[in-house]
Design a protein around this ligand. Structure first.
Ligand code: 5GP
Length: 191
């Protein structure tokens, strides 16, 4: 997606060969006009999949997921990162290892909001090793829902996330695919 790639080139900061900082328009300050365009792009791509819910992981996926759910006319559900002590029998839960922080967290979904009739589109800001997305898929499978696809803003294609997901037969649509990061270097995959 041209607008997102231009924004990454003008405002993104490659911290090192692995991490891209996009605090100015995704992770800290949020660009609402860009998020609206992103939502419309995902909605157009996934419009024929019978999506009933859009699911994201708190917190950075919320803005693009909300815009996508609005464009598709379906609810958005936030998978919550919670300490184990609040777990109860009405929650599905799974453990995810965080790429950026190197720590683990508990991801939860209330049984109230997703069931076997749902076709779910997962939206997240980054795809790196695919741990967050795989955790989300585990939760949705516990709810017997169908994963209809995954929409990612920024895929780091040099990391194994996409492969892990496509191996499971899941359609991953990434708006910006990064081939290489380095000091003062952000290189996209050719379209
Ligand atoms: P994964 O689970 O695919 O390894 O990592 C995805 C999650 O880690 C994303 O939801 C995102 O929050 C975070 N993440 C991974 N790589 C980056 C990065 O380069 N920059 C930022 N800001 N977040 C990242």
């Amino acid at each position: 997606m041209k607008a997102l790639k231009e924004k990454i080139l003008s405002e993104g900061i490659a911290v090192n060969e692995d991490i891209l900082k996009v605090d100015g328009f995704v992770n800290h300050q949020v660009d609402p006009e860009l998020m609206k365009q992103i939502g419309e792009e995902f909605a157009a791509y996934f419009k024929d999949r019978g999506i009933t819910k859009v699911v994201t992981i708190e917190s950075s996926g919320i803005a693009p997921a909300l815009m996508t759910s609005y464009a598709l006319g379906v609810p958005m559900i936030i998978l919550k990162k919670q300490p184990s002590k609040v777990l109860n029998e009405n929650l599905f839960h799974t453990v995810v290892t965080s790429f950026t922080k190197g720590t683990s967290y508990e991801l939860t979904l209330s049984q109230k909001f997703i069931d076997e009739n749902d076709h779910v589109l997962i939206i997240d800001d980054f795809l790196a090793n695919g741990e967050a997305a795989t955790g989300a898929i585990r939760l949705l499978r516990k709810a017997h829902a169908t994963v209809a696809g995954i929409g990612i803003l920024i895929e780091k294609s040099f990391q194994p996330g996409r492969e892990k997901l496509t191996e499971q037969g899941i359609d991953v649509y990434s708006l910006a695919r990064i081939a290489k990061l380095g000091k003062d270097l952000i290189e996209f995959l050719p379209e």
